[in-house]
Design a protein around this ligand. Structure first.
Ligand SMILES: Nc1ncnc2c1ncn2[C@@H]1O[C@H](COP(=O)(O)OP(=O)(O)OP(=O)(O)O)[C@@H](O)[C@H]1O
Ligand SMILES: [Mg+2]
Length: 363
């Protein structure tokens, strides 16, 4: 049984505050993924949980016990880093056995733990090799093996796959998913820059931005119901399009009009005070399709076509101050550059954000 609870946790280096008001409850058996732009505080938060950084404010408790002042070694947490730093002169077996030897375990106990971890990680046939005779993916698995043998309460991973090439990343990602399945009770926190890793591995994703938590939720919850424009544009690739719009009708449903004549009625409630207010209408590239009708969301000039076979990505000229507008259509489309096209999306796929970037669903 290992749950973690962070209450109003903050971190400052001197006068620079890099994390603030972090509230997070993690249940036993969860695989939590931290995502966010570079420098937002993901590694710092992970290192605070590991006990490698002091906590400036707030409390961290593990299984109901405040551990702010408990040393890293005593927290029962194992951390796997991007650089796996194996001992080069030791075999895979000895690398995995090292911490247990230091802890004074018997040879029989060590052997059992190492062989069982090697089995889980498909390293059993490599136990006599030196790290230099392993692929990057195999080395990263040994690094994970070193943490498994210690039977920690919590596993922390800081971008463990980012040194691997694309194919190996995919293979190792699937292995991590299987590893998690084979250890349903273990609690894991995983930091990544990779959207696909976040979406596929996480039970819940924590989106960090500038030292704050923007939103916590299951992967598809963040995709379907982002709380604000930041999360809306961070989760999903290409990012959600944002269009300036004005509210023309409020109530159970909200109607908006765009400057180019586009309009929409969205099944999201609004307040009387929203009438005539400027808002952002959000629409994902993959929810758009082309239409001839006068009933359209956006009309824009096509500037670039990327035919990927599986999908066709259309880039439209941005309006002043806006990002390029993108549509992602399934399959192959013969679209002519320079043409003005009209685009629509199902009403239930549209998002509305107020002037502060807050979703109408979360106000
Ligand atoms: N020892 C330190 N002293 C001062 N500032 C630090 C220190 N360590 C980290 N920071 C700052 O804290 C912020 C968060 O850093 P952190 O390494 O947690 O970011 P990150 O989200 O892991 O980024 P990345 O995705 O690039 O790994 C950064 O602005 C960084 O410059
Ligand atoms: Mg980092």
């Amino acid at each position: 049984m290992t749950s973690l609870s962070l209450k109003d946790v903050s971190k400052s280096y001197g006068s620079v505050e890099v994390l603030r008001n972090i509230d997070l409850e993690i249940q036993e058996g969860e695989l939590i993924v931290f995502v966010g732009p570079s420098g937002c505080g993901k590694s710092t938060l992970l290192r605070m949980i590991a006990g490698l950084e002091t906590i400036t404010g707030g409390t961290l408790d593990i299984d109901g016990q405040v551990v702010n002042d408990v040393s890293s070694a005593q927290r029962g947490i194992a951390m796997v880093f991007q650089s796996y730093a194996l001992y080069p002169h030791m075999t895979v077996y000895d690398n995995m056995a090292f911490a247990l030897k230091l802890a004074g375990k018997s040879a029989a106990e060590i052997d059992k733990a190492v062989r069982s971890a090697a089995e889980t990680l498909q390293l059993a046939h490599l136990l006599d090799r030196l790290p230099k005779a392993l692929s990057g993916g195999q080395r990263q698995r040994v690094a994970i093996g070193r943490s498994i043998v210690r039977d920690p309460k919590v596993f922390l991973f800081d971008e463990p796959l980012s040194n691997l090439d694309a194919a190996l990343r995919v293979a190792t990602r699937i292995e991590i998913a299987q590893l998690k399945e084979s250890m349903p009770q273990s609690t894991m926190i995983y930091v990544t820059h990779d959207q696909v890793e976040a979406m596929t591995l996480a039970s819940r994703i924590v989106v960090l931005h500038g030292g704050n938590i923007e939103q916590v939720g299951a992967p598809l919850e963040l995709y379907e119901r982002p709380a604000n424009t930041f999360v809306a544009q961070f989760i999903g690739s290409p990012a959600m399009n944002m269009v300036d719009a004005t509210v023309t009708e409020t109530g159970e449903q909200t109607s908006v009009r765009m400057p180019d004549g586009g309009h929409a009625t969205v099944p999201i409630a609004s307040k009387d005070s929203d009438l005539n207010k400027p808002v952002k209408l959000g629409v994902r590239p993959e929810d758009l399709s082309i239409t001839d009708s006068d009933d359209y969301l956006v009309s824009a000039k096509l500037s670039i076509v990327e035919a990927l076979g599986e999908t066709t990505v259309l880039y439209f000229d941005p309006r002043e101050g806006d990002d390029a507008f993108i549509a992602k259509l399934p399959g192959i489309h013969k679209a002519e550059k320079g043409r003005e096209l009209r685009l629509v999306a199902p009403a239930d796929k549209l998002h509305l954000f107020d002037e502060n970037g807050v979703s109408f669903l979360y106000r």
